[in-house]
Design a protein around this ligand. Structure first.
Ligand SMILES: [Mg+2]
Length: 239
């Protein structure tokens, strides 16, 4: 019947949708601030704003992920301390990044059952961005990879990336649902293509991920507070 979509493919985001991620970045940011506080007054130096501005400038060069974060930390630290930061402290910043890369994968509560419930109804594709090695390692360690028909580690999650993935899968946007925690990366670009979104907010969101323009397409989006509700939200799109 016209107006009732038939969902053919469901995409899942990974970081902060399947497993914890932003908490580790926030912890690293706190330790970064502790290192820099030995050189400058943090409030006077606007450290948080400076770091965010550096990351924003660097995304097109470094892409997303831990390695880019560390390079942006070093660049910010050198600038904000007027080049006084010590080699030892630069080493500490590198260690912050390595610690994140070596974190065990911790699935979010209820997500394994939730993904299995959706996988019983639809083929799944995992679509995630970040450092290639890191994302591959997390997918492998998660124990969830067998539930996904495809795993796409992409450099940006914008409409053209989703259009490419959907074309490769032979699925129209109107038959696709994306599930994720980021309105900017997981929901808005898919709505813009004519697809559907299930937003599962995480308690922490990186400032650069919080900037989203959903347009007027929110009728094709649902927000659920717990993974257990994802499958029902997807069924709801089919009328
Ligand atoms: Mg995410």
């Amino acid at each position: 019947m016209a107006g009732e979509p038939m969902i053919e493919l469901v995409g899942f985001d990974a970081d902060d949708t399947l497993w914890r991620s932003q908490d580790y970045f926030d912890d690293a940011q706190a330790q970064f601030e502790a290192v820099i506080s030995r050189y400058v007054d943090l409030a006077d130096a606007h450290l948080h704003d400076c770091m965010l501005a550096t990351e924003r400038r660097n995304i097109s060069l470094f892409g997303y992920g831990v390695k880019g974060m560390v390079l942006s930390m070093i660049e910010t630290a050198v600038a904000i301390t007027n080049e006084r930061i010590s080699g030892g402290d630069i080493h500490r910043l590198v260690a912050l990044g390595k610690a994140i890369l070596q974190q065990p994968v911790e699935l979010l509560p209820g997500i394994r059952d939730a993904v299995q419930a959706v996988a019983a109804q639809h083929p799944l594709v995992l679509i995630t961005k970040g450092d290639l090695f890191h994302q591959e390692a997390k997918v492998c360690a998660s124990g969830l990879s067998a539930l996904f028909h495809r795993i796409e580690i992409v450099s940006e999650k914008d409409p053209s990336t989703y259009a490419r993935v959907l074309a490769e899968c032979g699925v129209a946007a109107a038959a696709f649902v994306m599930v994720g925690n980021s309105l900017r990366s997981d929901i808005a670009p898919v709505l813009a293509l004519g697809g559907y979104g299930v937003h599962v907010p995480y308690h922490r969101t990186w400032a650069l991920e919080a900037e989203a323009d959903l347009g007027e397409d929110v009728s094709r989006m649902r927000t659920v507070t717990e993974p257990v509700h994802i499958a029902a939200a997807i069924r709801g799109f089919s009328g």
